[in-house]
Design a protein around this ligand. Structure first.
Ligand SMILES: NC(=O)c1ccc[n+]([C@@H]2O[C@H](COP(=O)([O-])OP(=O)(O)OC[C@H]3O[C@@H](n4cnc5c(N)ncnc54)[C@H](OP(=O)(O)O)[C@@H]3O)[C@@H](O)[C@H]2O)c1
Length: 257
């Protein structure tokens, strides 16, 4: 129960890493506000977290909208009267090169992957300062520290998340507020199957396609959302009390090569 008596906001908790983190946080005793646009999935996460004995409220929100971000923070304050942890997880993956990225893709990527992260920090920081304590964990990527091909807007946005994390960590280090980032490598989430990432690979089966496409990772497999969630629990908990401005790579060794 490493997060007992703490309250947390998890953005984009309807699926993938956000959902896995909501469930891990609930197991560790945190009361939760979980957000996202897909209401039915959000309600499922809300119920699953509650079944673990904590309070949990799903708030439907599109974090590219200022008023939705404000509504989420207001809901957390109304429900719990404090905000101990913010996990800035909501994000989208976009592809393209500098030439093929269009204006709309650029704007959408920056809106949710950067601006919403800053905006949520800006909204929770006054509460954390008043409390004299708080922990923010931003979801970066291994592409916060290295680049890759044909993911130009996404890499730009995740690079910014890395520097945002460090800059905020310095600004608030003397106020008891820690700001860190978890930086996952490729992590297998349901969305990948929905998007048909492994279709048409020529492999004999989906399992084979997954195995082949993860071969570049030193550990020889993709990460699991729960493995990222475990790192977020650490960064959000008091066990990380002297850790701030850190980008914690959870990538099966990918960036070591
Ligand atoms: N999976 C990986 O390999 C990997 C690697 C490195 C980093 N990451 C990062 O991990 C985070 C979570 O991604 P995931 O892999 O777990 O994929 P996912 O299952 O697609 O999760 C994305 C989450 O973000 C939410 N979201 C997206 N746009 C939103 C918006 N405008 N407003 C509110 N919520 C929004 C989605 O909720 P709704 O659709 O319900 O709004 C969903 O809950 C992202 O920041 C991603 O960049 C993932």
């Amino acid at each position: 129960m490493r997060l007992k008596n703490k309250t947390a906001i998890i953005t984009g908790g309807t699926s993938g890493i956000g959902k896995a983190t909501a469930l891990r946080f609930a197991e560790e005793g945190a009361d939760l506000v979980v957000t996202g646009r897909r209401i039915s999935l959000g309600k499922v996460v809300e119920a699953e977290c509650r079944s673990k004995g904590v309070r949990c409220v799903f708030v439907e929100a599109d974090h590219s909208k200022v008023e939705d971000c404000q509504r989420v923070v207001d809901a957390a304050v109304k429900e719990f009267n404090r905000i101990d942890i913010l996990f800035n997880n909501a994000g989208i993956v976009t592809s393209g090169t500098a030439e093929t990225t269009d204006e709309e893709t650029w704007k959408n990527t920056m809106d949710i992957n950067i601006t919403a992260v800053w905006r949520m920090c800006k909204l929770v920081l006054p509460h954390m300062r008043k409390q004299g304590k708080g922990a923010i964990v931003n979801n970066g990527s291994d592409w916060s520290v290295v680049a890759g091909k044909n993911a130009f807007p996404y890499i730009m946005s995740k690079g910014a998340v890395g520097m945002m994390t460090k800059a905020m960590a310095l600004d608030y280090a003397r106020e008891g507020i820690r700001v860190n980032a978890v930086c996952p490598g490729d992590t297998f989430v349901d969305r990948w199957m929905e998007k048909g990432y492994f279709e048409g690979s020529g492999a004999v089966s989906v399992e084979e396609a997954i195995k082949e496409s993860s071969a570049y990772i030193p550990m020889g497999r993709f990460g699991k959302p729960e493995e990222i969630a475990n790192a977020v629990v650490f960064l959000a908990s008091d066990e990380a009390s002297f850790v701030t401005g850190h980008l914690l790579l959870v990538d099966g060794g990918n960036t070591a090569q």
